[in-house]
Design a protein around this ligand. Structure first.
Ligand code: UDP
Length: 422
């Protein structure tokens, strides 16, 4: 057994008194959900036009608030059309130099982007003045939106979806975030306890000052996909009909650990690996490296690069097992709850927010991040004992409906926003 003994945590909705406002009632489950006419107007800001986890979780929230809100994107992309299709008003204000600032390389080169930064700070502030609340959904949105606080003077909510530590970010970036959170943000909402803990350690905020709202998904969308004829489903998706399929979902990026899954596959004769996702944020060199790795290990015919796909329920249900292989602590991991909703057994890397979702051998299987032998062992065990795989998948399906529903996520977020209204 390679998997470690891990704490079995299933945190209830976490209550908090946070930031500059009292929030005791924000997340209590019996507090009334604000009706839409009484709800504050909200300007949501997101730095990306791509469909990453942050954007996909904002999508239903922005749709719910569509009548009284708007989304400002700092970069154009397919996210815009997805929002508009749900009736959300969207504006785009992009600046190439600001967009080029990367989290891994926040060095002096950002100085060249200063004029663009100032212009975007002003644009966001001008927009924000027309709304009651400013909701910043990503880190670049945090910087640009919070810096403009003296101009817009609106309550600022930041949804932290990262583990703000030295493992993930540079010193300069952490200092900027710490200063902004202390001086220009009224409330931080975290997507997991792991994200919240890292932020409180960084900023010195009280441990209970950052409420946690886990992502939620619509499990019924998964129930609607018929996978009773698995051959037909795989045929439709262009996948091998009879192979034993392990699926890994997510953008191609070194820390998402697709290379770990390819390495494991080389030790699993007969199994196939399906990589669903694309290099969304300029990780093309890594994508090429994965192709080379598969060639060099002689498994290229068993690794299927599917690219970015919209139809998660179908792709997930076509798999025998769903893998999550992040080598760094995952802030939350939507793909894990989606795999659970798809009714497939999930093997996940035991770090960060994942430990708030998966309980080892109860509703999934945990492996240490980067542990190839552990991953191989997990996959072999689930392949050789279908009854166990089925049992884990059934428990996971029940858990996701109970703990990670879209309704509960929307209600908690709506209450949080409503309490911040002036
Ligand atoms: N995703 C998708 N199509 C793909 C690959 C991923 O729609 O081809 C979605 C996936 O279903 C999930 C999100 O992208 O909802 C990724 O979220 P996660 O929290 O796992 O990772 P993040 O991108 O936030 O790091």
């Amino acid at each position: 057994m390679n998997a470690p003994e891990l704490p079995h945590r299933f945190p209830p909705v976490e209550l908090a008194a946070a930031g500059t406002v009292a929030l005791e009632t924000v997340l209590t489950t019996d507090a009334p959900v604000p009706d839409s006419t009484a709800s504050p107007t909200v300007l949501f800001v997101d730095q990306s036009g791509q469909l990453g986890g942050a954007e996909l979780s904002l999508l239903p929230l922005a749709a719910r608030c569509a009548a009284r809100s708007e989304v400002l994107l700092l970069s154009d992309g397919p996210f815009r059309a997805r929002l508009e299709a749900l009736g959300v008003r969207v504006r785009v204000t992009s600046n190439a130099k600001v967009a080029a600032i990367k989290r891994e390389a926040l060095r002096l080169n950002w100085l060249r982007a200063v004029p663009g930064i100032l212009a975007q700070v002003r644009t966001i502030a001008t927009q924000a003045k027309q709304f009651d609340v400013l909701f910043l959904n990503t880190q670049k949105a945090l910087v640009l939106g919070a810096l403009g606080k003296p101009l817009h003077r609106r309550p600022v909510i930041w949804h932290v979806r990262d583990i703000m530590s030295r493992d993930h970010f540079g010193q300069v970036q952490l200092r900027i975030v710490r200063w902004l959170v202390r001086h220009a943000v009224d409330l931080v909402v975290a997507n997991s306890r792991a994200s919240a803990d890292a932020l409180t350690a960084l900023t010195g905020l009280a441990a209970d000052a950052v409420p946690v709202v886990h992502n939620g998904i619509d499990a019924s969308a998964f129930a609607q996909t018929d996978a009773s004829d698995i051959h037909a489903l795989r045929r439709r998706l262009g996948l091998p009909e009879d192979a034993w399929l392990a699926g890994l979902f997510g953008r191609l990026a070194p820390w998402k650990g697709q290379h770990i899954a390819i390495e494991a596959l080389a030790k699993l004769p007969g199994a196939h690996l399906v990589l669903v996702g694309a290099a969304l944020f300029g990780e093309d060199a890594y994508a090429q490296q994965l192709h080379r790795q598969a060639e060099e290990l002689g498994v290229a015919d068993r690794v299927h690069f599917a690219g970015f796909r919209d139809d998660m329920p179908a792709w997930m249900k076509a798999m025998d097992v769903i893998l999550h292989t992040s080598t760094e602590p995952e802030p939350f991991g939507r793909v894990i709850i989606e795999g659970m909703a798809a009714g497939r057994p999930v093997v996940a890397a035991a770090a960060g927010g994942v430990l708030e979702i998966v309980r080892h051998r109860e509703n999934g299987w945990l492996v240490q991040p980067g542990d190839v032998a552990g991953l191989v062992n997990a996959i072999e065990t689930l392949r050789d004992t279908p009854a166990l795989a089925q049992q884990l998948a059934e428990q996971a399906y029940a858990d996701v409906q109970l703990h990670f529903s879209l309704d509960s996520y929307l209600q908690q977020m709506s209450r949080t926003i409503a309490r911040m209204a002036p």
